[in-house]
Design a protein around this ligand. Sequence first.
Ligand code: MG
Ligand code: ZN
Length: 227
Amino acid sequence: MQVKLVSNVLKANDQIAADNRRLLARGRTLVVNLMSSPGSGKTTLLERTIAELGEACPMAVVEGDLFTTRDADRIERLGVPVVQINTEGGCHLDAQMVRAALQDLPWEGRDILFIENVGNLVCPAAWDLGEDLRVAMVSVSEGDDKPAKYPRMFREAAAVVVNKLDLLSMTDFSLDRLEEDLRLLNPAAPIFCLSARTGEGLAAWVAWLKGRVAAKRDGAATVGVAP
Ligand code: MG
Ligand code: ZN
C-alpha cells in the first residue's frame, strides 16, 4: 500500500511540474535543476557561473536547503534575485515548492533560472520540478562510483559536472572509470571536468550553457533531457 501512496504523490507532483513548465515556457527562460551530494560545490559553481556569464545573461536562482539561508545569501551578494526554499529537513525539492518560490521571484525575462536542489543523490531525481534540463554534479573527493551507485540521477542528466578538479591528484578518482560507468547509463551527456574554486575548465561549461540558452530562446523542441 505504501508503494501506491508514493506513486500517487509523485503523480500529483508531475501535474504541478507540468504547470510550472507551462508557466516558465512563457518567458523562454532556461530552467536548470542542479543536483549533487551535499558539499560537491553546487553553490560555488553557481557563483562562478554568475560571475562568468555576467549581465549578458540575466539569471535568477531558487535555493533549496534543509534549514539555513547561507547559500541564498551567497547568491544575493552577487546581485542575482534568489528565493530560498527551506525544506525543514525534507531531502528534496518538489514541484509545489518551486511553484511557490516562482511567485516571489522575478524570473520572467531572465535567460536562466537555476534551481539548486537539496544536496542528495537519491530522491531529487524522482521529483520533476518543471525544469528544462538536469545537471548532475559529483566532486572528485566523493569517488568515481557515483553514476554506478545512483543511476537515476545520472541517467536523466543532460550534462554531468565533475568538480574539484584541483584536488584530483590527492584522490583515487578516475575520470575514465566515471566516464565508463556513465556511458552505460547515459551515452550522450557532456562531461565537464572543472574546478569551480579555481575556474579551471569552466569555459566549456559556460559555453554549453550559452548554447542551451540560445536553443531555448529559439524555441528548440529539446534543449535538454526533460524527464
Ligand atoms: Mg549549496
Ligand atoms: Zn527526498
